[in-house]
Design a protein around this ligand. Structure first.
Ligand SMILES: NC(=O)c1ccc[n+]([C@@H]2O[C@H](COP(=O)([O-])OP(=O)(O)OC[C@H]3O[C@@H](n4cnc5c(N)ncnc54)[C@H](OP(=O)(O)O)[C@@H]3O)[C@@H](O)[C@H]2O)c1
Length: 306
């Protein structure tokens, strides 16, 4: 079964863990990167999206392509320039991959791309399935454009899967360490109303889902990649404080203060989606971490309480 997996953006948070798990299962892994060789562990190929350059030997290497590359959503303030980069890095990169697939004699059997649950916009407490309507804020537009760019892969006769990913929980980076920092300093508090839903997924479950989508050909189309039990921001903060043995004493951080600090990017923390995992569960996939408490315990149990 194992084969050769090309991961775009493989040097990132998800790509790093996914690469390790693939190697453990006997796969060969290569990265497609703006700076090949940055990670010494893996074979790597170069692309340059601004220059419309992609080394075709990346595509001819692969049995499967996993497309994770994209400029970080919360790395920099959302200036117009940054917003363009966030979209361009996902859409133009996908187009580059497609042109390479069109012009080469390749043996790619599957193409699995990330997207985000942000596609549903600010959905309140409504449970969102893959059939639900899309939002119209910036994050929703990014995801719509990204998914729109990915679908033509299917027209090349390649099995195509899109994972609308929730907040991937890892102690190595991403949202969790950011949320944990104030809690550790006894300054943790729910953000805004605290009622916005956080649809999370443990990093290891997310990577197992990617591997399952490689191996199980019933995976085709779009899936929400979230754990079965999303929680509100207030509940998340409470459970995080509990897992870290810290009290939660401060009142909620008002939305206007977060808006002042983050501008439009405050959408990342002030809006939320309650997203359903039903479609993934119906494939027979089982989550190791169904509940937030178990997921947080995996990161903080036995850690220094000081
Ligand atoms: N982490 C989450 O909670 C989460 C949730 C929903 C969706 N997602 C999506 O899943 C994907 C992977 O997430 P992640 O957390 O692993 O992201 P990440 O840590 O930010 O890594 C993304 C990778 O993309 C490449 N990249 C960065 N900026 C780029 C640019 N301007 N142009 C082209 N490539 C660029 C980089 O690889 P090189 O430096 O090697 O080129 C980077 O390592 C992202 O697209 C993200 O939006 C993540």
């Amino acid at each position: 079964m194992p084969g050769k997996i090309l991961i775009t953006g493989g040097s990132g948070l998800i790509g790093t863990r996914l690469s390790e798990m693939l190697i453990d299962q006997g796969y060969e892994v290569a990265h497609l990167s703006r700076k090949p060789g940055k990670s010494s562990h893996y074979k790597s190929f170069r692309w340059d999206i601004g220059e419309s350059y992609l080394d075709d030997s990346a595509v001819t290497y692969a049995d499967y392509i996993i497309h994770l590359a994209g400029a970080g959503l919360a790395d920099q303030k959302w200036t117009n320039e940054r917003k363009k980069e966030i979209v361009r890095s996902r859409v133009e990169s996908t187009k580059l991959l497609i042109s390479s697939l069109q012009r080469t004699e390749h043996h790619v059997k599957g193409f699995i791309s990330a997207s985000g649950v942000g596609i549903y916009g600010d959905a309140g407490d409504q449970l969102m399935s893959e059939e639900s309507t899309y939002g119209d804020d910036f994050l929703a537009e990014v995801c719509k454009a990204w998914e729109g760019a990915v679908w033509p892969v299917k027209d090349l006769g390649i099995r195509t899967v899109i994972f609308r990913t929730g907040i991937a929980l890892s102690d190595q980076g991403g949202a969790l360490p950011q949320l944990a920092r104030p809690v550790k300093l006894m300054a943790g508090a729910p953000l805004g109303s605290g009622k916005q839903y956080m649809s999370w997924i443990h990093m290891d479950d997310l990577c197992r889902l990617y591997i399952r989508a490689i191996e199980d050909t019933q995976f085709e189309g779009v899936y929400n990649a979230v754990a079965p039990h999303p929680v509100t921001n207030a509940e998340f903060t409470k459970q995080l404080a509990g897992a870290m043995h810290r009290p939660l004493m401060l009142p909620k951080v008002p939305s206007f203060a977060i808006n002042l600090m983050m501008g439009e990017m405050s959408d990342v923390v002030l809006t939320g989606q309650r997203v359903s995992a039903n479609k993934v569960l119906q494939t027979g996939f089982t989550f190791e971490y169904n509940y937030l408490e178990e997921a947080l315990e995996s990161f903080y149990k036995g850690k220094d309480k000081s």
